[in-house]
Design a protein around this ligand. Structure first.
Ligand code: HEC
Length: 709
């Protein structure tokens, strides 16, 4: 069955007729448009920005649906997307229309009451760009401003559509498309500008954010988060001064050969009270600090929050959460702004739960660390020194001389799934992960491989153990938890456990509710103050995306996108099931909703399909090395997949050297996101890879036979 059926563009209807040319009518004054957006954001009836408001608290003041009456919540309608790749979008709702982005950067406008498709837009991202992504081809959302809808396409374009018709107004390429940049994050609107970042630090990239004029797409400023090649001189960018003054001296060696990293792939938050923009900066590239920077220096501004002047992009302050990052501890996770009473004083703070497992409360004025405490179990650091703002590291954590299993691992104690803050309960609700990862120095000298993953680690031994008991014992150490965190006391108020990591983003509401989906397809509502489960429904597919809430004709709705995918889903061997996943879907609920939950396609994983021929142990061993270098990032470590992309132990092409070669070297499935590895692998390498996967398939077949006895 073709899981990726062709996308048919649907013509604009109804609304388009009344609205032609509307995008320019209000463009007369940029300031008026900006004032208008602030008014819209202040109205809780619509959900017009990524985080709900500029503070990005993901708190809806709507209170028709409460923890007392949510028993009556039912499905109003749902809409199936045309792909089973990652669904991570925060739907926006404005004037009765939902705008949702999906995998491969497609956009849909749906009537909020009925689910009728008003228009859709496919930027037709070339599918070979799929191989540039570290973490699937998802998209986290769009931005609304002055009659336009803005979103980033996976291939690095920033696109403005007419919000009524879905027709492109302008499009700019924000990256060097010959490099491995991608966009999965939502743009943000700040004072007439659209600000967008990018990703790519696993493969090799130099991070930056750019502000474009929202009307014209003309670049206003750019801020690079890490220094470039010293031989090239300054960038002529807003970051020149601070990189020269503060950052350059914190880097060593040939870091610029892989770009250094520091991509801003998710959080960008505007502080209206202090007229400041905060960006969350990503990990180092390569991950290993010894390989990247000779093991020396803090490597500013990796793993930092940086405050910028929104008009010019000039640096204001920074706080580095993980100096000299060597574990992929990004600081890109969602930033939430609030005023908290600390020691009796109201303080304007920024709250942050990055990958490294600590919850940070930071003074927004100057970036001073007020407090930090771990919100899950961690081993790499015992805490933070509040005087210096630096972590107190486990001396073994930097894997010098010996491998180190760090908790959290690279997936992070918290990833892109947004957290929420309720000003009513004073609690932050964090979709947390208990994960680990083994880090080890490479045995050979590190060579940059352009276009592929460049982590600077030894990868050979990361594949899962064959012994079922040993496998289960690793699996038992992986889990998820919804953590309700008191940011003033830096203490958990309540929590809810999941058997797997990678559960959904969070919404909290004035109806004393917290809503979150999980990997097993359950959407749950909790009492925000007590954590009691007050409602749940199984939607038939994993839910990673955060719910949102809004009013249509005075009635409160809740919407959430379902569908699996993303970094943990693709790379981990410990997912729930390797069976092909169903297409994603947007689900919309209201009190008294009577729609029937649709029958969600259920696929069988299918049996192991090892070829009859045998391969030499040397072939298998070499194939394993190549697999854990080039293939695991999509097909799962140890060739055990999550079903978002095929489980190779079961596919037909495994039994045919020719068919296998046609895909891996010949690029037969390039149009579906499986690139040709011709540049990186020989025909013999491809056959060795088949030998390794065949070996894995044989093991699986043996296990299947044993368990059916
Ligand atoms: C960037 C993600 C990505 C990477 C990396 C990747 N693949 Fe794939 N691969 C895919 C996707 C997506 C498909 C499914 C395409 C489709 O829908 O038919 C696929 C399909 C395949 C298939 C065809 C399976 C079938 O149905 O018969 C083979 C064989 C395969 N991959 C081998 C490999 C090998 C070997 C490597 C490493 C050298 C690799 N892949 C790396 C994404 C990836």
């Amino acid at each position: 069955m073709n899981r990726h059926a062709g996308f048919s563009a649907i013509a604009a209807v109804a609304l388009a007729l009344t609205a032609s040319g509307c995008s320019n009518s209000s463009a007369a004054s940029g300031e008026a448009a900006w004032d208008k957006l602030q008014e819209l954001v202040a109205d809780p009836g619509d959900w017009v920005t990524y985080g709900g408001t500029f503070d990005e608290q993901r708190f809806s003041p709507l209170d028709q649906i409460t923890d007392a009456n949510i028993g009556g919540l039912g499905l109003a309608w749902s809409h199936e997307f045309d792909t089973n790749r990652a669904q991570q979008s925060t739907p926006l709702e404005y004037q009765g229309v939902i705008y949702v982005t999906t995998a491969w950067s497609k956009v849909f406008a749906l009537e909020a009451k009925s689910g009728k498709v008003l228009w859709s837009y496919d930027p037709e991202v070339p599918r070979e760009f799929g191989a540039k992504g570290c973490c699937d081809v998802g998209n986290r959302g769009a931005a609304i401003y002055d009659g336009k809808l803005y979103f980033g396409a996976f291939d690095g374009r920033l696109i403005a559509l007419d919000i009524k018709t879905g027709k492109p107004v302008w499009s700019v390429v924000t990256v060097d498309q010959s490099k491995t940049y991608t966009i999965t994050g939502a743009p943000r609107i700040v004072k007439g500008k659209v600000v967008i970042g990018n990703g790519g630090a696993e493969l090799g990239a130099r991070g930056y954010v750019t502000a474009y004029d929202a009307q014209t797409g003309k670049q206003v400023w750019r801020f690079y988060t890490v220094p470039g090649n010293p031989a090239d001189g300054p960038d002529n960018a807003a970051s020149d001064k601070v990189l020269a003054e503060k950052a350059d001296k914190t880097w060593f060696g040939d870091y610029w050969k892989t770009g250094g990293g520091g991509t801003v792939w998710d959080t960008i938050v505007y502080d209206r009270e202090l007229d400041q923009l905060y960006i969350g900066v990503g990990n180092g590239s390569p991950w290993n600090h010894k390989v990247r920077s000779e093991g020396k220096g803090d490597n500013l501004f990796l793993s930092s929050i940086v405050a910028l002047d929104p008009d010019t992009g000039a640096y204001r302050w920074h706080y580095q959460e993980t100096p000299g990052d060597t574990w992929d501890y990004t600081a890109t996770q969602g930033i939430t702004l609030a005023t908290l009473k600390i020691d009796g004083e109201p303080r304007k703070v920024l709250m942050h739960a990055p990958k490294n497992g600590f919850f940070f409360v930071i003074d927004r004025k100057d970036g001073k660390l007020l407090s930090a405490r771990n919100f899950v179990k961690v081993n790499w650091a015992t805490g933070y020194d509040l005087k210096t703002g630096r972590p107190i590291e486990d001396p073994k954590a930097r894997y010098e001389g010996a491998a180190y299993v760090a908790v959290p691992g690279a997936v992070g104690a918290h990833n892109w799934q947004p957290m929420a803050f309720s000003p009513k309960t004073g609690l932050v609700y964090i979709p947390a992960n208990n994960v680990l990862f083994g880090y080890e120095d490479p045995t050979e000298k590190f060579e940059v491989r352009p276009g592929r993953w460049n982590l600077g680690l030894k990868f050979k031994d990361t594949s899962p153990p064959d012994d079922p008991k040993a496998f289960q014992s690793v699996r038992d150490r992986l889990s998820g938890r919804l953590v309700a965190w008191n940011p003033v006391l830096q203490k958990e108020a309540w929590g809810f456990d999941y058997s797997e990591p990678w559960n959904g983003g969070v919404l909290t509401t004035a109806g004393n509710l917290v809503l979150q989906g999980d990997t097993k397809g359950n959407l749950r509502a909790f009492s925000a103050d007590s954590g009691k489960v007050v409602w749940s429904a199984n939607l038939g597919m994993a839910i990673m995306a955060p719910p949102v809430s809004f009013l249509v004709d005075g009635e409160q709705y809740i919407a959430v996108a379902g569908g699996y995918g993303g970094a943990y889903a693709l790379t981990s061997s410990y997912n729930d099931s390797p069976a092909p996943r169903p297409n994603g879907r947007l689900f919309v609920f209201k009190l008294g909703g009577k729609a029937k939950l649709p029958a969600i396609a259920k696929f069988d994983a299918g049996p192991a399909n090892p070829p009859a021929e045998s391969f030499s142990p040397a072939q298998v061993a070499h194939g394993k090395e190549l697999f854990e270098r080039d293939c695991w990032v999509c097909h799962g470590s140890g060739a055990i997949s999550s079903g978002v992309v095929p489980d190779l132990r079961r596919v037909g092409s495994l039994t045919s050297a020719e068919a296998w070669n046609a895909v891996v070297i010949g690029g037969a499935l390039q149009e579906r996101g499986m690139i040709s590895f011709k540049q990186y692998l020989s025909a013999k390498d491809a056959e060795d890879l088949r030998a390794y996967v065949a070996d894995r398939a044989k093991l699986l077949q043996k296990q299947e036979r044993e368990s059916s006895k």
